[in-house]
Design a protein around this ligand. Structure first.
Ligand code: 6PG
Length: 473
């Protein structure tokens, strides 16, 4: 630790786990970092880091912190999303010099990022939002980074970001994502997919345990095996490890001691909200957000389940592990497809200029949804950058054809038992609906016209029509 270095290369505001780890990562890569935090506890933790070296400074006075940085200043904000980001920016404004660059790397809502970028641009400062994924480990040793917005400012810090990011095949997992709030939009969507995959893995676990009567060790072995094949991914890997972990206090499997109530910070919900606004169907993501809400209704679930008498032992299901694997494959593919569909539509709506192949590329390493399947997405959008929907990729279509029966078998068998599988079922419905040329939605249109004169279009001629429904002929 050395506050006497003349000027530091980059500043970090917010020395919580993520900020601290990213600062250490920058220092490892040869950049001198000055840290700022209001909390004495955070500063002490930062100062006491064994890994800390002479490249790090630590300040609790904002003006001193600002004076410690070389010009133009490059400052990363890693503070909780929301009002705190606005408060920090307000405090910084009088201390900034024209040309300084602020990078918000928290999980900010993309609309806040757009507003902040507009406001700061008119004040003469650079500001851009950058999604960062990979949790604590990622921040420390190589995250996936999703910067968007002010491209000139990004180019300025590009070498630093490339140095600290994860690498796959020697390629840094960071690329300029697109204009405006693109970085945070893409990170939000990443999290929507993350929610879906996590929910799917929870459902698969429930089916392994209650439907196939697997022990925790067998579940560990199954997920471990899945992780060496086409389903290889970070989330499958850590899921396997969770089933192999003993509680140090009791010696029991820790998973069995954890409450079945899942919390959330909101990024999944935001994904569903904006998808609804843009009319992009993301049902696997939606149901995953809803599933966390239902999980929290423990008292209600307990009461209703007792009243219903939902206590019967579930018979062993007549499905194979291979069916379950196929089911997970299709539903996992549906989750990515939904997120990417949302990105494609948002790119048109907000004029982000997103390149899906590049996004798939930087998601291959460092981030929570890194998976072999991203290679399929990368290939699909490299072959056809204008692909309307991931399911339109001929190779993937063949795989979906092959695995659909497994998903249908699982959904059919599980439905009879009352075991939960909302995201698996929703994914099957999503696929089947997209594969249906003629939906029964003509009736919905007729009903709207019947009670509200909302008009309808016809299959046999152009134009907009209204029928006199009450006047039966
Ligand atoms: C990541 C994670 C990270 C965070 C989630 C947790 O990409 O590194 O997504 O951003 O762990 O936001 O979200 P919930 O608390 O909502 O599950």
């Amino acid at each position: 630790m050395d506050n006497s270095i003349s000027k530091y290369n980059i500043g970090m505001i917010g020395l919580g786990t993520m900020g601290r780890n990213l600062a250490l990562n920058l220092a490892d890569n040869g950049f001198s970092v000055s840290g700022y935090d209001k909390s004495p506890k955070m500063l002490i933790q930062f100062q006491n880091k064994e890994e800390a070296n002479q490249e790090l400074g630590a300040f609790s006075e904002l003006s001193q912190f600002m004076d410690s940085l070389e010009l133009p200043r490059k400052i990363i904000l890693l503070v909780p999303a929301g009002i705190i980001v606005d408060q920090v920016i307000e405090e910084l404004k009088p201390l900034l010099t024209t040309g300084d660059i602020l990078i918000d790397s928290g999980n900010s809502h993309f609309s806040d990022t757009q507003r902040r970028a507009d406001e700061l641009q008119s004040s003469g400062f650079h500001f851009f939002g950058m999604g960062i994924s990979g949790g604590e480990e990622g921040a420390r040793f190589g995250p996936s980074l999703m910067p968007g917005g002010d491209k000139i400012a990004y180019e300025h810090v590009k070498p630093m970001l490339e140095a600290v990011s994860a690498k796959v095949d020697n390629e840094p997992c960071v690329k300029y994502i697109g204009s405006g709030s693109a970085g945070h939009f893409v990170k939000m969507t990443h999290n929507g997919i993350e929610y879906a995959i996590m929910q799917l893995l929870s459902e698969v676990y429930g089916i392994f345990k209650h439907g196939l009567k697997y022990s925790n060790t067998e579940i560990y072995q199954a997920f471990n095996k899945w992780n060496s094949e086409e389903l290889k991914s970070f989330l499958v890997e850590i899921t396997a490890e969770i089933f192999n972990y003993k509680d140090p206090e009791t010696g029991l499997d820790l998973i069995d001691l954890i409450k079945d109530q899942a919390k959330s910070k909101g990024t999944g919900k935001w994904t569903s909200q904006i998808a609804m606004d843009l009319e992009v169907p993301v049902p696997t993501i939606d149901i995953s957000v809803t599933s966390r809400s239902i999980s929290k209704l423990k008292t209600l679930r307990t009461n209703l389940s007792n009243k219903f008498g939902n206590t019967a032992q579930i018979e062993k299901l007549s499905i194979s592990e291979s069916d379950l694997k196929s089911a997970y494959f299709v539903a996992m593919a549906a989750s990515y497809a939904q997120g990417i569909h949302l990105l494609s539509e948002a790119s048109l709506h907000y004029k982000y200029g997103l390149k899906i192949a590049e996004i798939a590329e930087i998601w291959r390493g460092g981030c929570i949804i890194r998976a072999s399947f991203l290679n399929t997405i990368f290939k699909a959008y490299t072959n056809n950058p204008n692909l309307t929907h991931l399911f339109g990729d001929p190779e993937l279509m063949l795989q979906l054809k092959h695995h659909r029966t497994g998903l249908a078998n699982v959904v059919a068998a599980v439905a009879k038992t009352g075991l939960v599988m909302p995201a698996l079922a929703s994914s099957l419905t999503y696929l089947d609906t997209l594969l249906t040329e003629n939906l029964p939605s003509n009736l919905t249109q007729a009903q709207r016209d019947y009670f509200g004169a909302h008009t309808f279009e016809r299959t046999d001629k152009d134009g907009v029509f209204h029928a006199d429904w009450l006047n039966l002929n």
